[in-house]
Design a protein around this ligand. Structure first.
Ligand SMILES: C[S@@+](CC[C@H](N)C(=O)[O-])C[C@H]1O[C@@H](n2cnc3c(N)ncnc32)[C@H](O)[C@@H]1O
Length: 208
């Protein structure tokens, strides 16, 4: 699940929207176990209070650990991913938690993010620099971006992640990508996850 290129599909995808509605607000898959790595991002959990609920999108949402967390915190949230299998798991997770999410099967290389649509755009562990201008346009004024991914330094730590520098942040790069925005929170360096070291940058910024 780490390298963007692993998931690139050759054919053009149609955008498929699938809205999951909980049945009576009750989980219907209570026996399904969510794996440990499926826990929401600790950065998101710790700082969700900085993100006022509204319309959100989780880009390259994978199995929806952060999408579902945002739905549980009052967001009306869409999950976009190129993997149907991942989105299926995201919907199952949403059902098991009794929350509503919308999943969109799409290639973000060509997906047209609607201008001014979102109060929050989340991007966790998916770096495509060409997406940044689209993300910026997709946010309302005062909208927030929460972004976390690996730094080039991660390669020498042995923590799983991309090897190709195209998918890794250079020092201070994430900060520079959001220059001119109000930076609410930024950290960069080596942090521990599950007792292992990883090199990441994390940001919450507001569109002025
Ligand atoms: C490392 S996973 C991160 C998943 C999720 N954001 C998380 O933190 O749990 C990267 C995700 O990017 C998705 N992906 C890769 N290329 C994509 C593309 N061109 N458009 C949309 N999703 C893509 C993959 O399917 C995968 O789910």
């Amino acid at each position: 699940m780490q390298r963007k290129s692993l998931f690139r599909l050759p054919q053009t995808l149609h955008f498929v929207r699938w809205v999951h509605e909980p049945i009576g607000g009750m989980p219907i898959m209570t026996k399904r176990k969510i794996p440990e790595e499926g826990q929401p991002s600790s950065f998101l959990r710790r700082h969700v209070h900085l993100l006022p609920p509204g319309r959100a999108v989780d880009l390259a949402a994978g199995e929806g650990r952060n999408t579902v967390f945002l739905a549980e915190h009052g967001f009306d949230v869409e999950a976009i991913d190129i993997s149907n299998a991942a989105l299926r798991k995201a919907r199952a997770l949403a059902r098991s938690r009794g929350v509503r999410i919308e999943t969109i099967l799409a290639d973000l290389d060509s997906y047209p993010i609607e201008r001014g649509r979102y109060d929050l755009i989340a991007d966790f562990y998916f770096l495509d620099r060409r997406l940044i201008p689209k993300m910026k346009k997709g946010l309302k004024k005062g909208g927030k971006v929460i972004f976390e991914t690996y730094l080039t330094a991660n390669r020498s730590l042995g923590f799983p992640g991309p090897e190709n520098p195209a998918y890794l942040l250079r020092p201070n790069e994430l900060l520079r990508l959001f220059q001119g925005w109000r930076i609410l929170l930024y950290r960069e360096g080596i942090f521990k996850e599950g007792g292992r070291k990883k090199a990441i940058a994390s940001l919450i910024a507001e569109k002025l």
